[in-house]
Design a protein around this ligand. Structure first.
Ligand code: NAP
Ligand code: ZN
Length: 347
């Protein structure tokens, strides 16, 4: 075991404070990553505030991790010391069930080890996330980041990138398709960039007028203020796919009406409150409502390679670790363009 410093919440909704803990010494298949940057996902805020239930404390959040490999176990083949590497929402899974065999480790039917607020495969040892100086992970759950990629902007791809790439690919964002992105936050801005790079025509559906100019720069063809009834009506029935990234309760019927015949509303935003929708907008258009959870390890690597090839990076505001509590408050107000990335040098 070796000592690591980080920031933790000690109880639900408390401020994040300095916290020291231990990580295992690297086993034969493990890599030690010196964390350079960690993104702040809205899921971190939901979990620190225990909005989904079942949170365990102390909690060291952070699942958008980018850094450099500083030690490797003797069986490691994918990495060498000095390589750039990333860790997303998963650090292990049972590796035996049908989901794991299908490269859907995020749906492991055995025991899933999330990067924090979870346990290792022993079911006992708590996992601690990326708001910390180092992480130890089996190389099978570490991702390769292309040499030269700016790590502060690569970190958010490990959650915001894969969470939007996966449903965009699965539900057909491609040349000739019209894709709506609801909510222009951390996930939403990645969704716009990735959907545009996949060749789709992209429509941003936002509640914030102040985000209009930024949306075009990200690659959106059109920005629609969701409160603009005339614009929403003009778009009715035209979108083939909508990826909804909103973090709180909101009106799904408004989105459903925008879908074409057999269009799909893919929910990735994880509102703690249940969402409501009418049956008629669903039935009359033979429409689908789907959910999507991050992505498997292989798909995450595919996304990182795609983003590196297309030069897609997150737009980040880099902050010091001591600014994390202020950053949470700003995130809740929508005051970030579009992702906070914590510089671990400041720990
Ligand atoms: P974020 O940066 O806070 O962005 C969320 C956006 O939703 C905001 O920028 C805002 O966009 C909109 N919004 C917020 N509150 C709203 C409200 N009350 N009504 C309508 N719109 C509202 O959050 P994020 O990090 O992108 O995460 C978004 C959600 O995805 C969170 O719930 C998070 O837990 C979840 N998530 C899910 C997965 C998964 O695997 N499914 C993975 C990661 C995160 P506008 O200002 O443009 O309206
Ligand atoms: Zn996340």
């Amino acid at each position: 075991m070796f000592e690591v410093c980080g920031y933790a919440a000690k109880s639900a909704g408390s401020r994040l404070e300095p916290f020291s803990f231990h990580r295992r010494n690297p086993g034969d298949n493990d890599v030690v990553i010196d964390i350079a940057y960690c993104g702040i996902c809205h899921s971190d805020v939901h979990q620190v505030r225990d909005e989904w239930g079942g949170a365990a404390f102390p909690m060291v959040p952070g699942h958008e991790i980018a850094g450099r490999v500083s030690r490797i176990g003797k069986e490691v083949v994918k990495f060498k010391v000095g390589d750039a590497a990333g860790v997303g929402c998963l650090v292990d899974s049972c590796r035996k069930c049908s989901s794991c065999h299908a490269h859907l480790e995020q749906h492991c039917e055995g025991r899933i080890s999330f990067t924090y607020n979870s346990t290792e495969q022993d079911g006992k040892t708590p996992t601690y996330g990326g708001y910390s100086s180092q992480i130890v992970v089996d190389e099978a759950f570490a991702l390769k980041i292309k040499a030269g990629e700016p790590l502060e902007a690569a970190a958010p791809l490990l959650c915001a990138g894969i969470t939007t790439y996966s449903p965009l690919k699965r539900f057909g964002a491609r040349p000739g398709s019209r894709v709506g992105i609801v909510g222009l936050g951390g996930l939403g801005h990645m969704a716009v960039k990735i959907a545009a790079a996949l060749g789709a025509e992209v429509f941003v559906l936002s509640g914030s007028k102040s985000k209009q100019a930024g949306a075009k720069r990200l690659g959106a063809h059109e920005f629609i203020l969701t409160s603009d009834a005339a614009k929403m009506q003009a778009l009715a029935g035209r979108l083939n796919l909508i990826v909804d990234t909103v973090s709180a309760k909101h009106d799904l019927n408004a989105c459903l009406n925008l879908l074409s015949l057999e269009g799909t509303l893919a929910l990735v935003g994880a509102s703690p409150q249940p969402l409501e929708f009418g049956t008629l907008p669903l039935i009359t258009g033979r429409r689908f409502i789907a959910g999507s959870l991050i992505g498997g390890i292989a798909e995450t690597q595919e996304m990182l390679d795609f983003c590196a090839a297309k030069k897609i990076r997150a737009d980040v505001e880099t902050i010091a670790m001591t600014d994390v509590n202020a950053a949470y408050a700003r995130l809740l107000k929508g005051d970030v363009r579009y992702r906070f990335s914590i510089d671990m040098k400041t720990l």
